[in-house]
Design a protein around this ligand. Structure first.
Ligand code: AMP
Ligand code: MG
Length: 361
């Protein structure tokens, strides 16, 4: 019987590395792997990325296969300084230069019309490319040393919550990738904001830690893609659109997102948990510090953090979703959070994790 080379398990090297001052010899090991066409997971300020040489089409095909990622979902290219944009983008509009100056390095990805230096596999045959500069010393050192832009989608199996620790990466990808740089928990915890500057007016495709309000202050004409405009899309029947069909961020159990005022959410979740418990189901509740004591302790209750600090909720969300997979729950009832600032991004991930099963409280 012949076996395909790529299906053989790899030995995944786990390297602890200092997040502020990464040890050069460890960056050197990772660089060698990248330059040989391998895959290295590394921390950024958003989530862990799975890095591959963006200009090597074979490596990119391996990257998609390893993550089991749909081929029509291109990765973001991570670069270390602004000058690299001019090699990868066909044109760099004035708008982009203003945003780059204000928000890079940072959690803002910009979509440009692309140059021909990028293999078509890297951009899923699109005529555009997504680029950002991460604000993280390990990521920046690795990109600089490698001397090439790194395609770095989140370092999880496609469909699962993005990894915010090296252990999450290990759980999904051990034996499938060459190395993991363990630089501790990521700071933001949600993937970057994605803004399409090849569209006119500029179009927000994915909310993140660089908020809609932050961008609006610089580009007053920016608009939201209808699918992330939560207020317009609360009705389930309007929530789907072709670009949103890929399953994402899902815990193993079915999840329902309960939306409304806090007191109404508590009442609704209490009623639903009683109903499902009668049906013999085990309930998980994704709550907040302020609300978690309101629920019967027979449920598995996890808190995302305080409602007064949406940044903490963003940081904890994916970890809590993954942790539910360790508990024997059949259904997760999740609280909605306010849409201000990074709340829009948290709600976007909660909607996707629930596969748009949203219930009005
Ligand atoms: P991930 O790398 O897993 O954080 O996901 C990357 C995100 O960037 C996905 O939502 C992609 O659809 C989006 N993306 C990457 N390249 C493009 C592009 N050229 N146009 C629009 N969206 C893109
Ligand atoms: Mg992802």
């Amino acid at each position: 019987m012949h076996t395909k080379q790529e299906s053989n398990p790899k030995t995944t090297l786990m390297l602890q590395i200092n997040h502020a001052n990464p040890e050069p010899e460890k960056i050197q090991i990772a660089t060698q792997i990248i330059q040989n066409g391998g895959l290295v997971a590394f921390p950024t300020e958003t989530v862990y990325g799975l890095g591959a040489n963006a200009l090597n089409s074979n490596t990119i095909l391996a990257l998609f296969k390893t993550k089991n990622r749909p081929m029509d979902n291109p990765p973001i290219l991570h670069i270390a300084d602004n000058s690299q944009v001019y090699l990868l983008a066909k044109e760099v509009p004035k708008n982009a230069e203003i945003l780059m100056k204000k928000f890079w390095p940072g959690p803002l990805t910009l979509i440009f019309k692309r140059s021909n230096t990028i293999p078509k596999e890297t951009v899923a045959n699109l005529d555009t490319v997504a680029i950002r500069i991460p604000k993280h010393n390990i990521a920046l050192s690795l990109i600089k040393q490698s001397g090439t832009p790194l395609a770095a989608p989140s370092a999880n199996l496609s469909g699962k919550p993005s990894p915010t620790t090296a252990q999450h990466v290990y759980n999904d990808l051990n034996g499938k990738i060459d190395a993991i740089l363990d630089g501790g928990s990521t700071n933001i915890g949600l993937e970057s904001t994605v803004l399409d500057l090849s569209a006119d007016p500029p179009l927000l495709l994915r909310p993140g830690a660089t908020t809609f309000e932050d961008i609006q202050a610089v580009l007053p004409n920016v608009i939201m893609h209808p699918i992330i405009n939560y207020k317009q899309n609360i009705e389930i029947k309007h929530a789907r659109s072709p670009g949103m069909l890929h399953k994402h961020y899902a815990p193993n159990a079915e999840m329902l997102l309960i939306d409304g005022a806090v007191q109404d959410i508590i009442s609704k979740i209490t009623a639903l948990s009683e109903q499902y418990t009668h049906e013999g189901k085990k309930i998980g509740i994704l709550a907040t510090d302020e609300t978690q004591k309101a629920y019967a302790i027979t449920n598995t209750i996890k808190s995302m953090g305080s409602r007064l600090n949406l940044n903490t909720i963003a940081k904890n969300l994916f970890k809590e979703l993954r942790d539910f997979n360790e508990s024997p729950v059949d259904i997760i009832l999740a609280e909605s959070v306010p849409l201000d600032g990074i709340g829009l991004a948290v709600m976007n991930r909660l909607q996707k994790a629930s596969n748009y099963k949203i219930i009005k409280a």
